[in-house]
Ligand binder design. Structure first.
Ligand code: BV8
Length: 233
């Protein structure tokens, strides 16, 4: 049994469900209100920036109504106490991982609390509504700030750092994700390719469930704290 030093953890909307944030494919799925191609693509933003800003402004506003749950807290504890390598790669644009205290964390699909100025290319912390006429605090240009979110057809962030961590992983863990969206849904194959153990924790089997050495079905708020207890003993 290979010594277990380096862990990569992928999280999706399911880990934030118990905090009251809608998942994408849940019954009242986030996209049911809007067709994804109407709100989460560069074409949609070019076509109707007001609608897209309203969509992300509403989600940003909603962040202040929710709090991290036991699964976020357990991963923050593991991050603080695990002596080996650890990287939490989240597909979520909410800030619940960092509000729970996680540090070794990256948002591969961007963040609601960040703006991207297309005039000066700066990424700037953003609170409140953004709207189409927002002024960039860096360069002062108005109307060039867009949500700092990776839309469909756009390259996810920090893919090199993610690939490096996957190459060195001894354990790959996937939590609260349906395995529909790439390249995230392909990480389990990369992990298996380098001989890492693979574990899934999800409310139902994901599309890639058959690829995992172990699948634990249930709520993240229960499964993740129990798993972290096992890891830290
Ligand atoms: C790209 C930000 C080039 C926006 C997001 C290969 C094959 C097919 C298609 C493609 C492919 N490669 C690329 C594509 C196209 C596309 C894609 O994958 N399309 C899909 C729909 C078929 N991918 C892209 O466009 C990506 N860019 O490919 O660039 C490239 C190529 C190679 C290498 C590099 C670059 C960009 C995709 C990113 C888009 N932006 N988010 C926003 O948030 O508004 S994606 C968004 O959707 C999320 O970030 C997340 O990634 C995905 C939603 O999935 P989940 O998080 O898993 O949520 P979901 O609701 O689906 O599932 C929740 C799960 O939780 C369920 O299983 C449920 O059972 C479970 N659950 C619920 N409650 C709980 C729970 N589990 C535990 N406890 C609970 N309480």
């Amino acid at each position: 049994m290979r010594e277990l030093r380096n862990i990569v953890i992928l999280t999706g909307a399911g880990i934030s469900a118990e905090s009251g944030l809608a998942t994408f494919r849940g019954p009242e799925g986030l996209w049911e209100g809007h067709r994804v191609e109407d709100v989460a693509t560069p074409e949609a933003f070019a076509r109707d920036p007001v609608l897209v800003h309203r969509f992300y402004d509403a989600r940003r506003e909603n962040l202040s109504q929710v709090a991290p749950n036991a699964a976020h807290a357990a991963l923050a504890r593991l991050d603080a106490e695990w002596p080996g390598g650890l990287l939490i790669v989240t597909q979520n644009v909410d800030d619940l991982h960092e509000r729970a205290g996680a540090k070794r964390l990256l948002h591969m699909h961007g963040e609601l609390r960040s703006g991207w100025c297309r005039a000066c290319d700066a990424r700037v912390a953003w609170e409140g509504a953004m709207g189409g006429h927002a002024m960039c605090p860096e360069c002062g240009v108005s109307g060039a700030v867009r949500p700092d979110i990776v839309w469909f057809g756009e390259m996810p962030y920090e893919m090199e750092r993610i690939d490096r961590a996957l190459m060195e992983a001894d354990l790959f863990v996937s939590i609260g994700t349906s395995g529909n969206v790439y390249p995230a849904a392909g990480f389990v194959q990369t992990a298996k390719y380098v001989g890492a153990r693979t574990l899934e924790m999800n409310l139902e089997p994901s599309l890639g469930s058959y690829l995992f050495d172990e699948s634990r079905i249930g709520k993240a708020g229960e499964l993740v704290p129990a798993w972290v207890e096992e890891m830290l003993g």
